[in-house]
Write a protein that binds this ligand. Structure first.
Ligand code: F0G
Length: 353
């Protein structure tokens, strides 16, 4: 049932009944692309596969968890879904709420979400509140709102979000025929690393795979509470999607890294932007800055000799680059050229004059 959404494809692993009213946009089944150019640019020595989650319906991995969270909210009769977000969860919640005919309320940090994500919340008709504070403040408010019976929280503190997102690990294994040796991904609120680790374990326990990957999570240097071991009160990073100082799934993320002999580390904004540009230029894959944190993690790990020769590495790129056009245009480090409408001008401008 690939292509019909993650609930139909993996329903035996998910908490749904035959009469559960599935709310889906046919999310999941995203491409896993082997990227030899990038590996060669780094000096070679391993196999790298990019799980391109920016090709989900709302252009981020959040749709996997959202289809299940909204489905379950509808099933129990909630009328309103609410979330705090750095932009992608709100975009996804807004779209799935529209599909389900529910009301959606999103709380986002004022002035700190990417342009494309704001467009998504507004066009899908979510009640969009910009909080004078950061993501962590917004999540606190959402926890309080969630006390009301008619409201369902669709942040990853809702266990159905984690259940839905674990299907990405299933797809990785189905595509590779086995679990990879290492799995790299960005870490913000830490729901996704928790989900992948759950998914890899369930697949191994069900006998579909025989091994588990090392989980390699990456925070941004200015928003790296897990790496530092303390809450970051004023997180700052160009990767606004992971601008989080007190992740909800903190302990679970630490456990995933420890149990898998992996790590949670951080990369600088400069490393993130370099990785975004390098991926776009060597492979034609355009991701948002937060997603490039995982790529930067690979660059760093490879340079430190942490990636064993010949290993199979998967990296999840979590959101599409078009989400954040402002950062991309600045980061491209090249400008367009205005020309007169004649061939001489065009030839001159492209260096053939
Ligand atoms: N990458 C992107 C593009 C994200 O939007 C997020 C989280 C992450 C990585 C980190 O994933 O939180 O599961 O560790 N975005 C959330 C949001 C916080 O509100 O959209 P995580």
């Amino acid at each position: 049932m690939a292509g019909h959404g993650i609930i139909r494809r993996y329903r035996e692993f998910l908490p749904v009944e035959s009469d559960t009213p599935i709310v889906s946009l046919n999310e999941g089944n995203t491409p896993q692309i082997e990227t030899r150019n990038l590996v060669n640019a780094l000096g070679g020595g391993f196999h790298l596969f990019i799980k391109f989650e920016g090709l989900n319906p709302t252009a981020s991995f959040k749709d996997r968890g959202m289809t299940l969270a909204v489905t379950k909210a509808l099933e129990r009769g909630a009328r309103i879904i609410v979330c705090a977000s750095t932009g992608n969860t709100s975009a996804s919640a807004a779209a799935y709420a529209a599909r389900a005919g529910m009301t959606c309320v999103v709380l986002i940090p004022e002035g700190k979400i990417a342009y494309g994500k704001m467009a998504q919340a507004l066009i899908h008709g979510a009640k969009t509140l910009e909080v004078r504070g950061n993501f962590d403040d917004s999540l606190e408010l959402v926890r309080e709102l969630g006390e009301r019976e008619e409201i369902e929280i669709v942040n990853s503190i809702n266990p159905f979000r984690i259940q839905g997102q674990k299907t990405a690990a299933f797809e990785v294994c189905d595509d590779l025929g086995e679990a990879p040796d290492m799995h790299f991904l960005p870490v913000g609120n830490a729901g996704n690393i928790t989900s992948y680790w759950l998914g890899y374990n369930e697949y191994r326990n069900s006998g579909r795979t025989s091994s588990l990957p090392r989980m390699m999570g990456w925070q941004a240097e200015g928003a790296a509470p897990i790496v530092r071991g303390e809450i970051v009160k004023y997180p700052e990073t160009v990767a606004t999607a992971i601008r989080i100082g007190n992740p909800a799934s903190w302990e679970k993320a630490v456990r995933a890294a420890e149990e898998s002999s992996g790590t949670i580390d951080c990369v600088s904004d400069e490393e993130i932007l370099d990785a975004q540009r390098m991926l776009a230029r060597t492979e034609g894959i355009f991701v948002e800055p937060a997603s490039a944190a995982g790529i930067a993690g690979i660059v760093k790990s490879h340079s430190l000799g942490v990636i064993p020769e010949g290993s199979r590495v998967v990296v999840t790129v979590t959101g599409h680059g078009l989400k954040d056009p402002g950062v991309a245009i600045e980061n491209a480090k090249s400008k367009s050229t205005v020309v007169n409408p004649d061939l001489t001008s065009v030839l001159y401008a492209i260096g053939l004059g």
